[in-house]
Design a protein around this ligand. Structure first.
Ligand code: ZN
Length: 487
């Protein structure tokens, strides 16, 4: 079983000096060190739950954002921007929503008597929906399909962890759509899931989708499909949610339209959101005891070239530059590390940063017309002929991408176990596993299961045909359900 989390180190403002810890033995400490040592973030910003994105981390996240921007654009979902500050009157239009968020809201105080108080947006609904009500008049105005990528603010009372639980949630996208019919809104959610599956493919991680228990869906919503990833310590992390809002919000915010028969109707809505947790999953699942391993499709530097010279400096450097030019022309992002550091020091740095492919070029390579290539996921040296190098590098990068996916898939296969009794389930979870059980969807049986410290009914596998008996009450027609420790 993985050791317990060393929370003291996580909270410490000290910059770690080296990784020096195994990912599988102590994931929490490994994670805390890697996000700093790989130059992703600066943790020492003095507001709890907020951090600074460093350029390298920002570039990775921006690449992930580019993937969703492209997929949304292809699907016709248009980018927009709403203010971060929300008037209290908008926030209070949906009492259930406001009651749910009131305790974790950041207040923006008025400056004097009569000056209104505002809140910083914890989610998009109260900023957007009063405006939707102004925009939508007739069925001809529908569907409305937009998204924005912004920060969200939640005054978390739980212990915060960078990128996992922040008070300023950065790189957060939200899709909000409005439709004339229930069927259309359901089709829309399927589209959001198709898009999300594509994002997970780029991250080289198999997506895990679950249907949330009804009492855990967004206040007033019909239902939700949530994405999860499994962490190396056997805990599951919620990683995106697609919400079927039904007409609940439309009724609170008066989002109505006049239909073909001149009748007023309430609209149907969906919202889907996620952000930097995509990156958390990639860090956690692919990294190893040397550092990050970035899937080539999100890596800001896909190839690093290390010139190795004791002699023939000019010749080696000009060959490196020629190769870099050719790779760039083939749309491969590449950097030459021509700093004064020793090759060993350079290997160490680029390994920590998870660059998928390293090319070493010295006098021998130049003379014999080849490069020495090292895949970050394998660490083995291989000779690659200089001829058609860009093509060969592209193939190597694709192999890294595929291999990372297969490794993540294998990890999931090993960590998820089916159990048939409460005792067995509890034992497996305590061993650091994720369990699949049959559950009847009743709240009473869920309570029984969640009595185990830190354990949660994560959700039911959607559209799963398998049926069995609930492990608590024995009722038939239980559905396959993930139960695990969660974040
Ligand atoms: Zn039951």
């Amino acid at each position: 079983m993985p050791k317990d989390e060393l929370e003291d180190e996580e909270l410490s403002m000290e910059l770690p000096k080296e990784l020096g810890v195994s990912k599988t033995e102590n994931f929490a400490v490994w994670y805390n060190r890697i996000i700093q040592l790989a130059d992703l973030i600066e943790k020492r910003y003095n507001v709890a739950g907020m951090f600074v994105w460093k350029p390298y981390g920002f570039r990775i996240m921006a690449n992930i954002k580019k993937i969703w921007d492209k997929l949304f654009a292809e699907s016709g979902i248009q980018e927009t921007y709403f203010p971060l500050i929300v008037p209290l009157e908008y926030a209070q239009m949906n009492k259930a929503w406001f009651d749910g968020f009131e305790d974790e809201v950041f207040w923006v105080k008025g400056r004097g008597e009569g000056d209104p108080t505002h809140i910083l947006r914890p989610t998009g609904e109260p900023a957007m929906y009063p405006i939707f009500a102004m925009w939508i008049r007739s069925y001809k105005d529908l569907p409305l399909r937009i998204y924005e990528t912004v920060s969200s603010f939640r005054y978390e009372t739980k212990h915060t962890r960078p990128l996992i639980r922040d008070r300023e949630i950065t790189f957060w996208y939200e899709i909000h759509t409005v439709h004339a019919t229930k069927e259309e809104s359901e089709e829309e959610l399927k589209e959001h899931m198709r898009i999300n599956d594509k994002i997970w493919e780029a991250l080289a991680i198999p997506p895990i989708k679950v249907e949330k228990p009804q009492w855990e869906v967004f206040p007033g919503a019909i239902g939700a499909i949530e994405y999860y990833n499994i962490m190396p310590n056997g805990r599951m992390l919620e990683n995106g949610s697609c919400n079927n809002l039904g007409q609940a919000y439309a009724k609170k915010f008066e989002i109505t339209y006049i239909d073909e028969n001149n009748q007023k109707q309430y609209a149907w809505q969906t919202c889907t959101g996620n952000g930097a947790r995509y990156l958390v999953a990639a860090i956690a699942l692919h990294g190893d005891d040397k550092g990050l391993i970035l899937p080539p499709r999100i890596a800001p530097i896909q190839v690093v070239i290390i010139p190795i010279f004791k002699e023939k400096l000019e010749e080696v450097l000009s060959t490196c530059q020629k190769i870099a030019e050719a790779l760039k022309a083939a749309d491969i992002s590449v950097e030459i590390d021509a700093t004064e550091k020793t090759p060993g020091e350079k290997f160490y740095i680029w390994e920590i940063k998870g660059v998928p492919l390293r090319l070493e070029i010295g006098p021998k390579e130049v003379a014999e017309n080849f490069v020495t290539a090292v895949r970050r996921d394998q660490g083995k040296r291989q000779k690659v002929e200089m001829k058609d190098l860009s093509l060969k590098v592209a193939v190597l990068l694709e192999q890294v991408q595929t291999n990372l996916y297969l490794k993540a898939q294998k990890f999931y296969e090993n960590i998820v176990v089916e159990t048939n009794s409460f005792t067995e389930m509890k034992a497996k979870i305590n061993e650091g596993k994720v369990t699949l059980i049959y559950w009847c969807r009743s709240e009473e049986c869920a309570d029984e299961i969640e009595r185990i410290e830190g354990v949660e009914i994560v959700g039911v596998i959607p559209t799963n045909e398998a049926r069995g008996e609930c492990i608590i009450c024995g009722k038939p027609s239980g559905e396959k359900t993930y139960v695990a420790k969660t974040y």
